[in-house]
Design a protein around this ligand. Structure first.
Ligand code: PGA
Length: 252
């Protein structure tokens, strides 16, 4: 019932020409895929050019971050309005690298989420525990805090047509260590339960929960086979057109 959402997070990689090349290489490889919503998230610098390259294709574009103001004296930041202007329909918010390196708090991420939605963007909202948190038995507490505080104030059922939650265990990001399908399913089921407690069954049944962390063409199908895994957020493997296309097709 939930249409899989597969997004490539290109992170701080690819100069504009290479980003456009990757977008152009990806287009024919996935043009016949209908059952999957496909998104790529280039760097800010490449958004405009990649947006042009993707026009008329079945690949949507997202940003990797945004600032919760429309305009003004916020040096170095970009507003949702600017992202929409260059062709984004999505943005990632709350990636663990933002939380870790840029100290973005749950409250600030919640502000970004609400502002991005109100501005008309769709949001992939990232959560996930570190290895230390998992090992010390705090995983469920961390996920509970990230969901409760991060999604606070989203009451309208309609909001959740435009929000996906990406469960990305920090220990699996960029490490080559993927959560097993069972670990992913267990966490996704827990998160869906949190959504049910906070927002009710209609919302929890429709929200897509993506898995992220070392997703590759050869492990995507087994992850996707789990009932609560509704797509993926792919870093490293999204930088190769054939690899990302393989993940998209494995998710169909
Ligand atoms: P990875 O990154 O696929 O390279 O592990 C995932 C992510 O950070 O979204």
């Amino acid at each position: 019932m939930r249409k899989p959402l597969v997004a490539g997070n290109w992170k701080m990689n690819l100069l504009v020409a290479d980003a456009v090349k990757l977008a152009n290489a990806l287009k024919p490889l996935v043009q016949d895929v209908t059952g999957v919503e496909i998104v790529v998230c280039p760097t800010f610098a490449a958004l405009h050019a990649v947006g042009k390259a993707l026009e008329g294709s079945n690949i949507a574009m997202g940003a990797q971050n945004c600032y919760p103001k429309e305009s003004g004296a916020f040096t170095g930041e970009l507003s949702p309005q600017m992202l929409l202007d260059v062709g984004c329909s999505w943005t990632i918010i709350g990636h663990s690298e933002r939380r870790q390196y840029f100290h973005e708090s749950d409250a600030f991420l919640n502000e970004k989420l609400k502002f991005a939605l109100a501005s008309g963007l769709k949001v992939m909202f990232c959560i996930g525990e570190t290895l230390e948190e998992r090992k010390s038995g705090k995983m469920n507490d961390v996920l509970t805090r990230q969901v409760t505080d991060g999604l606070a104030g989203l009451s309208e059922e309609a909001d959740f047509d435009r929000v996906a939650v990406a469960y990305e265990p920090v220990w699996a990001i960029g490490t080559g260590v993927t959560a097993t399908p069972e670990q992913a399913e267990e966490a996704h089921r827990f998160v869906r339960g949190l959504l049910e407690d906070q927002f009710g069954g209609n919302v929890s049944e429709k929200v897509r929960i993506q898995y992220g962390g070392s997703v590759k063409p050869d492990n995507a199908a087994e992850l996707m086979a789990k009932p609560n895994v509704d797509g993926s957020l792919v870093g490293g493997a999204s930088l190769k057109a054939d690899g990302f296309a393989g993940i998209v097709k494995a998710s169909a």
